[in-house]
Design a protein around this ligand. Structure first.
Ligand SMILES: Cc1cc2nc3c(=O)[nH]c(=O)nc-3n(C[C@H](O)[C@H](O)[C@H](O)COP(=O)(O)OP(=O)(O)OC[C@H]3O[C@@H](n4cnc5c(N)ncnc54)[C@H](O)[C@@H]3O)c2cc1C
Length: 405
């Protein structure tokens, strides 16, 4: 098989949808092809750990973007691209098919980090795809409800643990930190954050790694670094992602962590090849070079890439935020939210608060808990690249309203 598209997008995720939509919003009639290795067209991936469990009115049928219907893009599913030949303007799939392009967008995201001692299986879910959701849903809908072991204290592990307790499951959350959220929140905030989980009935096991485990027909046994074991009906692991190594091309410069290096126009080192989303390491005008694994970045960078692919000479200058929702609370954050930095917490008395993160020279991160608004002010604060001599002088700088108001 050999087809050619004016714009070819490798990876059928959130960036692919944003790019295709933006191409049409530009008024371009360019032919668009999308090659994705999942069995599903683009869908809002964050719903896998949020709305699909917490919002009974939400379904992917009503919620998902209709990329093909709305943009006329031709989507080929279950198709993994293994290599790019920039000279020939051609990609090759695992099945040996080739697809030609005028311009190419690599939007392959990343794949979940796995443990050597615990391969993925029917009851061992390295959670990222709709297939993972359907597998977990089938187990959760069983009677009696399963015991779910969640591994990882990041936003995927935390949100899945919250979702599972909401489904009436018994939940054990295993994570390496002393306190849940301790790598991100100042100590008093992390303590309150962990209490949300324990108060909901989740058993939180901190300070341990999972070294490996075994899966049987009816359950999973996790082996912990302490020598203890956790027996559960299903294990859901959220250990971070590794940028997708394929498609391979020697002409494309890779970042130290395996991402794809792009310039401010999202161009790679290969002619007519661009990259965006989780896989792309780009020059953020405020925060510096980085790869961002969040949906605001996927949407904004994907849309910019779409416009650039059909002729825009714009610079991608959006500094993305990220967010998480759980137990009816939510936070938005921008920049470096790292608990090892100096931090200042501004509490508003209604449970909402802002955390400012500082280096010796500047404010480098802001987290808004249960706040309505404040992101623009936070972005401006980071863009100023300065800080007050006394961090407490930041109190009152951002005055968002509570989400409840
Ligand atoms: C459960 C979950 C919850 C999340 N919640 C949040 C959240 O609350 N807030 C937030 O900011 N972000 C969240 N994210 C992250 C967000 O979903 C990602 O940042 C976003 O999906 C990245 O978009 P992308 O297009 O770069 O990658 P993806 O959406 O992952 O799409 C990449 C696609 O490319 C495919 N692919 C990879 N290699 C190849 C190849 N060689 N050939 C063909 N196809 C290939 C992949 O299978 C995938 O379909 C969440 C992610 C997950 C998994």
């Amino acid at each position: 098989m050999s087809k050619r598209y004016d714009v070819l997008i490798v990876g059928g995720g959130m960036v692919a949808d944003a790019a295709a939509q933006a191409i049409r919003e530009q008024g371009s009639t360019a032919s668009i092809g999308i090659l994705g290795d999942e069995p599903t067209p683009p869908f809002p991936r964050p719903a896998l750990s949020k709305k699909l469990w917490t919002d009974p009115d939400f379904t992917l049928e009503t919620g998902e973007p209709d990329t093909a219907g709305e943009t006329g893009a031709h989507i080929t599913l279950d198709t993994r691209v293994i290599s790019i030949d920039p000279d020939a303007h051609e990609v090759t799939t695992e099945a040996g098919d080739t697809f030609g392009y005028g311009r190419l967008l690599v939007a392959t995201g990343g794949h979940p980090t796995t443990l050597d001692g615990l391969p993925p299986g029917e009851r061992v879910l390295y959670y990222r795809t709709l297939t993972d959701y359907h597998r977990l849903r089938a187990l959760v809908d069983a009677d009696p409800k399963p015991h779910v072991a969640v591994v990882g204290g990041g936003y995927i592990g935390s949100e899945i643990a919250a979702a599972m307790i909401g489904q009436g499951c018994r939940v054990t959350l295993v994570h390496p930190g002393d306190v849940l959220g301790a790598s991100m929140f100042p100590p008093d905030v992390a303590a309150d954050y962990q209490a949300l989980f324990t108060d909901a009935g989740i058993t939180v096991v901190g300070g341990v790694q999972v070294d490996g485990g075994t899966e049987a027909d009816d359950g999973v046994q996790l082996r912990l670094s302490t020598g203890a074991t956790v027996e559960a009906d299903v294990a859901v692991l959220g250990l971070g992602i590794t940028p997708s190594a394929e498609p391979i091309s020697d002409a494309i410069t890779r970042s130290d962590d395996g991402g794809i290096v792009v310039d401010e126009h999202l161009a790679t080192s290969a002619p007519d090849v661009y990259a965006a989303g989780d896989v792309a390491e780009y020059p953020d005008p405020i925060l510096g070079r980085r790869r961002v694994e969040h949906v605001d970045n996927a949407d904004s960078m994907g849309a910019a890439a779409g416009r650039i692919l059909v002729g825009s000479d714009e610079v991608y200058d959006h500094t993305p935020m990220f967010y998480s929702d759980l137990f009816g609370h939510g936070y938005e954050a921008i920049g470096s939210v790292d608990a090892s930095l100096e931090s200042v917490v501004d509490r508003f008395g209604d449970g909402s608060f802002v955390v400012y993160y500082l280096t010796d020279d500047e404010v480098v991160g802001v987290l808004l808990w249960d706040c309505d608004g404040g992101l623009d002010e936070a972005t401006a604060l980071l863009a100023a690249h300065t800080r007050p001599a006394d961090g407490d002088q930041l109190i009152g700088t951002i005055r968002p309203t509570s989400d409840e108001e």
